[in-house]
Design a protein around this ligand. Structure first.
Ligand SMILES: N[C@@H](CCC(=O)N[C@@H](CS)C(=O)NCC(=O)O)C(=O)O
Length: 254
């Protein structure tokens, strides 16, 4: 008999995985979360995603789907009714996809050098990321969220909403400020106050304490990191140990 239910194969710090969890929570879909050690991937992950071998993977009634943005669209279509993630209008849908690709390819890419550069190179990287965000910010004019009055597809794709405050604290430099990017900053605050968003992020931070996670995902021989202290210092350590740049995307060390 075919396997029933919804599973998400993920890794706590992955900004791509949390997109899937946000989408499922917004839709009110129950799911089981399977935490992967990316230094030692499970046979199930390799079986479900033999092509890229990356998380997230959504398994719905035994059928796997990979690539976070594709999964988010799938979730919206598979659980029709109730909360809508994609705009109803085809033109608006096309626009949301266009900006999602821009955010993914240009703004995400512009952020990675900030985490790794220092001094003048970092200042230049911050400036370039801000220019990219300014372009993205034009979509927010007159709206509460990219999706309009409620969180939509583009809000979900813009992962730096939850990771950027953490990394800004670690690098000691602000990218999204009231002065430079007021609409984006207001969006960040609003987005992080949405229940489904808050709950998924709080849950992800709890997973961080699992002992089998390592400070360096490419070095399974390292001892597990100790439990984190709370709040501000916790956030600093989170960023210092595992910034997204070391885990995700092209910048990750292989
Ligand atoms: N384009 C993919 C990127 C997924 C991705 O980069 N996943 C990272 C974690 S954030 C991963 O699984 N890395 C393990 C590896 O590269 O081996 C998506 O959006 O789903």
């Amino acid at each position: 008999m075919a396997e029933k239910g919804v599973k998400v194969f993920g890794m706590w710090a992955s900004p791509m995985v949390i997109r899937v969890e946000w989408a499922l929570r917004l839709k009110g879909v129950e799911y089981e979360y399977v935490d992967e050690d990316l230094a030692n991937k499970s046979t199930n992950l390799l079986r479900y995603n033999p092509v890229t071998k990356k998380v997230p993977v959504l398994v719905h009634d035994g059928k796997p789907i990979a690539e976070s943005t594709i999964i988010v669209e799938y979730i919206d279509e598979a659980w029709k009714g109730g909360y809508s993630i994609m705009p109803a209008d085809p033109y608006e849908r096309a626009q949301a996809r266009f900006w999602a690709r821009f955010a993914e390819e240009k703004c995400n890419a512009a952020l990675y050098p900030i985490f790794t550069a220092t001094g003048e190179a970092q200042r230049k990287a911050v400036h370039e990321a801000q220019q990219c965000f300014k372009t993205l910010e034009t979509v927010l004019e007159g709206k509460k969220f990219f999706g309009g009055d409620a969180v939509g597809y583009l809000d979900i794709v813009v992962w730096y909403v939850h990771w950027l405050p953490v990394t800004e604290e670690v690098i000691g430099t602000s990218v999204v400020t009231d002065k430079e990017l007021p609409l984006m900053k207001a969006l960040f605050d609003r987005f992080l106050a949405v229940d489904a968003v808050k709950m998924a992020w709080a849950q992800a931070l709890k997973r961080r304490k699992r002992p089998r996670l390592h400070p360096n995902p490419t070095s399974p021989s390292l001892p597990p990191s100790p439990p984190l202290p709370s709040h501000k210092s916790q956030r600093s350590r989170l960023g210092a140990l595992l910034p997204p740049a070391r885990l995700c995307g092209e910048a990750r060390t292989r």
